[in-house]
Structure formats: C-alpha cells, structure tokens
Design a protein around this ligand. Structure first.
Ligand SMILES: NC(=O)C1=CN([C@@H]2O[C@H](COP(=O)(O)OP(=O)(O)OC[C@H]3O[C@@H](n4cnc5c(N)ncnc54)[C@H](O)[C@@H]3O)[C@@H](O)[C@H]2O)C=CC1
Ligand SMILES: O=C([O-])CC(=O)C(=O)O
Length: 308
C-alpha cells in the first residue's frame, strides 16, 4: 500500500505521522514544493520509527511526481491555511490553482489512485477535482466531516462530563463555519439519545461550538489546526487501505442523494478498498433538510467562483 501526501506542512506531516504510527501502509511519500522541506520532514519522522514502533517507509521529495508513481491513495493538503479572522472560503483564490495542478500531476503518475482532498475551501476543492480530472466519482473524497464529527464528539463529551468513547455523532453539510450540520437529534451516549442528558439550550451550544471548531483553533494558534485534521485523514486512509467498510461523513459528488445534484457535499459514506462504496441516504427531519439546502446553497456560491 503506497500513499502519497502532497504538502509536507502542518496537516500533511501530521497525517503522514498518524498513518505511519498505525502501521498499515508500506510506504508514504511526502511531496512539497519547498526545496528540501518534505525530505526534512520525512527524515525527522523516520527517526521516530524505532521509538514509535512502525515499519512504514516515509520518503520526502521536492516536487518530483515520478516518485509518487502508482500510489494507491493520494492526499492533497497543499495550499495556504487561513489566519485568524479569515474564512476558509477566502483561500479559494490561491488554493484552486494549487489543487488543480497538484491533482493533475498526481493522476499523471497514478491514474488509478483514490484521492483525498483536504485543502480549503474543501468542498469546492473536491468539486474542482471532479470537474478537472477524469477520476471516477467514487475515487474523489473530501475530508471535512470526519474531523467535524470528532470535534462534535469532543464538545458532546465536554457537555456530558463523560469520556469521548461514550459518545457517538455525525456532522453533515459543508465544511464551513456556518454550513456544518451537527446532528444532535441522532447523537448518542452508549446508544441513549443525548437529549436524555442535555437540555436543548446546552445542545445548541454544543452545535455552535462544533461549527466554529476550526475558527476557534485558528484564533488560538495563529494558523489552522493540524493534529485532529491529520488524524481524521489517517482514519479515511486506513478505512480504504484496510477495506474496513467504515462509515464517515465525507464530501462526495451527489447525483440526487439528499435531493442534491452536481455538488461535492458532506454526507455519510461507506469507505472501503474501492474508495466510496456507498452513499448512505439517511432520513432527516424537516429542519435538518432545510439546513442541508441552505448549506449546499452556500457551497454552490463558492463553486461558482471557480474558473472551470
Ligand atoms: N479539510 C479540512 O478539514 C482541513 C483543511 N485544512 C487545509 O489544509 C491546507 C494545508 O494546511 P496546513 O498544512 O496547515 O498549511 P501549511 O502551510 O503548514 O502547509 C501547506 C504546505 O503546502 C505546500 N505547498 C504549497 N503549494 C504547493 C504545491 N503547488 N505543491 C506542493 N506543495 C505545495 C507548502 O509549501 C506547505 O508546506 C490548508 O488549505 C488548510 O486550510 C486544514 C485543516 C483541516
Ligand atoms: O479551520 C480551518 O481553516 C482548517 C480546517 O478546515 C479545520 O480545522 O477544520
């Protein structure tokens, strides 16, 4: 199993580290445009191998796509992150060009790859890859909902005063400060609806804290987060590499599911060796459906800015 991660910055390196620590991939190639940077990150990470007990071979390359040839999975994290006060959508001007070039270079050397898009604004970047490459739709996966759901569970556990392992829940919709839809109605603590434990008001606070999860960290860190994003990507990579058939919310091309068409948007999917093996069309209530529609409208407005 060969995995390429483009962008050896904060998220790319964290993702490579978690993939290696989980020890399921034979090879991870880190690629960056900055001279020597990916080589340095790869060497530093390889020097953790004996300490962390992994056998994954991590190599770094400066913009040499021939070294990424025949990757089973490619992850795109290249591009700029936001600064405090910015939205993810403001990154489109620079990141669209980067994602377009990187995805076509990757496919040139790995025509059968499964691609995971991380760069922001992520739903629009995933849509761009659909529109500008010939990869089939089940092989283009935007990572956002897995991270947002992890943040949702963190906030739920905080409100419940219990361990995160007690909690389950999902966030659908666009990966943006206003577009995320944390499904509080379906969230549970060991199978019991969280509404049995938390007031509507407290659940609303959980919801709002979840939606601004990325912005909150960006304000604290001066740039956006990387540990949970890297871990979330590694979870998707592992589900595909190990054919786990696990369910994650991911941004995928919709063709009628949830009443939406021609948009890459966050919905639950089953991930396995073929990439997206199934889009899970769950029954939502009217308020949730309305939120899906307005979140999708906001993503479409950003998609309209793409020069396709
Ligand atoms: N979808 C999600 O849930 C998340 C998305 N992100 C996004 O991921 C992206 C990366 O974030 P960070 O790693 O924090 O940024 P970073 O600045 O630490 O790393 C980005 C790396 O991309 C490299 N790069 C730029 N242009 C390139 C090109 N053409 N080819 C190869 N490498 C190139 C840069 O040299 C840099 O090392 C941002 O757009 C950020 O908004 C971050 C966290 C979560
Ligand atoms: O907040 C950001 O800009 C980065 C990101 O997508 C996240 O951490 O959710």
């Amino acid at each position: 199993m060969k995995v390429t991660v483009v962008g050896a910055g904060a998220v790319g390196a964290s993702c490579a580290e978690y993939i290696a620590i989980k020890n399921f991939a034979s090879e991870v190639v880190l690629l960056d445009i900055k001279e020597g940077y990916a080589e340095g990150k790869a060497m530093d990470l390889m020097q953790t191998a004996s300490l962390n007990g992994f056998d994954t071979k991590i190599t770094g390359v400066t913009n040499d796509y021939s070294k990424t040839a025949n990757s089973d999975i490619c992850v795109i994290t290249s591009g700029i992150p936001r600064k405090p006060g910015m939205t993810r959508e403001e990154l489109i001007g620079i990141n669209a060009g980067i994602v377009k070039n990187v995805s076509s270079s990757l496919i040139e050397h790995s025509p059968n790859t499964i691609m995971i898009v991380v760069s922001n604004p992520m739903d629009t970047m995933a849509y761009l890859v659909h529109k500008t490459t010939n990869l089939p739709k089940h092989k283009i996966i935007g990572m956002g909902g897995a991270l947002d759901s992890a943040r949702f569970k963190y906030r739920l556990a905080e409100a419940l005063g219990g361990p995160i392992s007690d909690v389950d829940g999902m966030v659908l919709g666009g990966h943006s400060d206003t577009g995320m839809i944390p499904l509080t109605r379906l969230a549970t603590r060991n199978g019991v609806p969280v509404s049995e434990f938390l007031s509507e008001e407290r659940l609303n606070t959980v919801k709002e804290d979840t939606k601004v999860g990325g912005a909150t960290l960006t304000k604290l860190l001066g740039t956006s987060a990387w540990y949970a994003p890297g871990a979330a990507v590694s979870g998707l990579v592992q589900a595909i590499a190990c054919d786990q058939k696990k369910m994650f919310p991911c941004s995928v091309l919709l063709e009628g599911e949830y009443g939406l068409n021609d948009i890459s948007f966050g919905v639950p999917v089953i991930l396995g060796k073929n990439g997206i093996e199934k889009i899970v069309d769950i029954e939502l209530n009217q308020a949730e459906k309305d939120n899906m529609v307005s979140s999708a409208e906001a993503v479409r407005k950003v998609n309209d800015l793409l020069e396709l």
